[in-house]
Write a new protein. Structure first.
Length: 414
């Protein structure tokens, strides 16, 4: 597979590095014991920034079909995420006065975690979910779902068959599509001229500010600001009219946009909040290429602090285990070169992962009970977004004197 060195938003050559995390296997490719003696494919995690349009992007080293066509992640497994979706649907029903004559379309609708709430309110829905196994589960639950990647062609085709939608939703998908402009054109094809497109994605401003470099992995093809997201939408005839800042995924934006390229288009002036978020980005330096320059140094500091800690613990004869086996943990561990020598094992609540090994680093994954048996001196928390919850859950480890280690945003021993 050839890798394009042109910016996927404006076509200019990509010559500048945002951060280079070296080589890593795809972060969800957990290994069985019988795979440990085989070769493993590593791909670059070399993130670039476009000098011209400022889009921060990872070239499509791994094809989307390989990542998403049989995806293991089920959105409904997280109760807080399902509740987040329910509140959104109720708000939108009120704001747009949606009912039995309306249509909501969701791109990357997963197992229907969001659209199920619209179905419950009697609003017709269409889900578009590339992973066939997950689309099948949604259909079994009575949530009409079709299986393909959204782009201009498939969006136009779906609109011809089902009519255009009052509301088109895309949550945690805008960063995950290698051809962001074609995807945006698909959104435009699906929405009525006076309809609304709502997109949620992690905000690059927060990623940089909170040093969440481990959220960089092959499934995330771009790292968006309001400015660059608006530019991608504009190329598809959509204008950003409103924004909300959300706490999800370490700090996300919810962008509302409307068609601007049709006689019946009703997009007004952007809200005050749009101007405020743009100003915050400008104040943080993110509207210039130079303003992105310090991040690579911050990343090195995290790596150096974590390695220093682990090497010292090892020399002092202390034992160290991990908690969690999230995708982001694999970026961190591979980037830092941490294997069983520095982190004996990790534990995870998901039974699907027990007995498996982390990609690249081959650190074994056990059930959480293993902690009480092994009684490690330190427990490194890999999903930092859940640190409060995990420290609370593992309070029993204090009995044998264990301490918790959180590497991001800066190394902390608690
Ligand atoms: Zn560009």
């Amino acid at each position: 597979m050839g890798v394009s060195v042109a910016c996927r938003l404006c076509g200019e050559p990509l010559t500048r590095t945002f951060v280079d995390l070296g080589m890593s296997p795809p972060c969800e490719s957990y290994l069985r014991a019988d795979q440990l003696d085989s070769g493993e494919t590593f791909y670059p995690l070399h993130v670039r920034i476009c000098d011209n349009c400022l889009l921060v992007q990872l070239p499509a080293y791994v094809a989307a079909d390989d990542v998403f066509s049989d995806y293991l992640y089920f959105s409904s497994y997280s109760t807080s995420w399902v509740e987040h979706a329910r509140r959104f649907v109720v708000d939108m029903q009120e704001r747009l006065d949606l009912g039995a004559e309306s249509l909501i379309v969701e791109a990357a609708s997963n197992d229907g975690y969001l659209l199920q709430h619209a179905v419950a309110l009697g609003i017709p829905v269409l889900g578009i979910e590339p992973a066939g196994n997950i689309a099948a589960i949604a259909n079994e639950k009575g949530i009409r779902t079709e299986s393909y990647f959204l782009g201009e062609e498939t969006g136009t085709d779906a609109a011809a068959r089902h009519g255009r939608a009052d509301l088109v939703v895309g949550n945690n998908v805008f960063a995950h599509v290698p051809d962001i402009v074609d995807f945006a054109k698909g959104l435009r094809a699906l929405v009525k001229d006076d309809g609304l497109v709502s997109l949620e994605f992690p905000h690059l401003l927060r990623l940089i500010e909170r040093r969440q470099y481990d959220t960089i992995y092959h499934e995330h093809y771009q790292y968006l600001t309001l400015k660059t997201a608006a530019l991608a939408l504009e190329k598809a005839g959509l204008k950003v009219v409103d924004v909300q800042e959300l706490a999800s995924h370490g700090g996300s934006l919810r962008l509302m946009s409307q068609p601007m390229d049709a006689p019946a288009a009703t997009a007004g002036e952007p809200s005050e909040l749009v101007l405020k978020v743009l100003q915050d980005e400008a104040d943080a330096g993110l509207h210039t290429v130079e303003g992105h320059a310090g991040f690579a140094r911050e990343v090195f500091t995290i790596k150096a602090e974590l390695l220093e800690f682990l090497v010292q613990a090892q020399r002092a004869g202390k034992s160290v285990a991990g908690y969690g086996a999230p995708g982001k943990g694999n970026t961190l561990l591979n980037h830092c070169g941490i294997r069983e020598d520095l982190l004996a094992f990790t534990v995870d609540r998901s039974p699907h992962k027990h007995g498996m090994f982390l990609p690249g680093t081959h650190i074994p994954i056990h059930a959480p009970e293993r902690l009480a048996e092994a009684r490690p001196d330190y427990i490194v928390i890999l999903p930092w977004n859940l640190r409060e919850e995990i420290v609370h859950q593992l309070a029993y480890a204090r009995e044998w004197g264990a301490k918790f280690v959180v590497p991001i945003p800066r190394l902390e021993v608690i």
